[in-house]
Write a protein that binds this ligand. Structure first.
Ligand code: AMP
Length: 211
């Protein structure tokens, strides 16, 4: 099972891909988190990507294509994977097809801009296991610690108000057209993710035929 999860920042792609990863026992591949790991490890890719991430811009296609090609060649991807945050441009989608990567299901989570800003500013991530919380909508019971592993909850460096504006601009200009690109091919499922988390999760389960 190969899945693409599309949608604006904070639409819930990370949360839904964690669920699907468990359900299908396939890895959830987030290009954003691979890039952030490279930045914290100070790799060459991380150093190159940091300038773009810090400004809320997209990392150049060739860097991302290279990291995705390497990641999906790993043995744990043999039964499939979930792509979260990739492709992010029509050029990446086309490059993916040229590499012969075909997917079974493409789901787009849809969320209006005002909600995106609210969700991003309240988003907190576990620095250890990556679990996602929200200060109002989904707070950790343990305050500033993760309920699952006890790791410290932190705010992503690119989740600031100024960077959010740029990320939204970039999303509308470069990523949103992917919805039409895949809809025209006839294999896109759109899900409204503006409601409660359990409603979005139920709609995702339905899209995958999970009872
Ligand atoms: P995310 O964690 O998906 O919100 O991604 C965080 C940041 O990583 C984005 O704002 C981009 O700078 C970069 N990034 C992640 N995935 C991609 C991609 N497929 N293409 C280009 N840049 C990406």
């Amino acid at each position: 099972m190969k899945i693409i999860l599309l949608g604006p920042p904070a639409a819930g792609k990370g949360t839904q891909s964690a669920y699907l990863s468990k359900y299908y026992d396939i890895p959830a591949i987030s290009t954003g988190s691979i890039i952030r790991n490279n930045i914290s490890e100070g790799t060459e890719l991380g150093t190159k990507a940091k300038v773009y991430i810090d400004e809320g811009k997209l990392v150049p296609d060739e860097l991302v294509m290279d990291l995705v090609a390497k990641r999906i060649a790993q043995p744990d991807c043999k039964n499939g994977y979930i792509l979260d945050g990739f492709p992010r441009t029509v050029a990446q989608a086309e490059a993916m097809e040229k590499l012969g990567i075909n997917v079974d299901k493409i789901v787009e989570l849809v969320l209006p801009d005002e909600e995106i800003v609210d969700r991003i500013s309240g988003r907190r991530n576990c620095s250890e296991c990556g679990a996602i919380y929200h200060t109002k909508d989904h707070p950790s019971k343990a305050g500033d610690r993760c309920d699952k592993c006890g790791g410290k909850l932190v705010q992503r460096a690119d989740d600031t108000e100024e960077t959010i504006k740029k990320r939204l601009e970039v999303y509308h200009e470069k990523t949103q057209p992917l919805g039409n690109y895949y809809a025209a091919k006839g294999n896109l499922v759109q899900i409204d993710s503006s409601g409660l988390l359990e409603d979005t999760s139920a709609a995702v389960r339905k899209a995958f035929g999970v009872e």
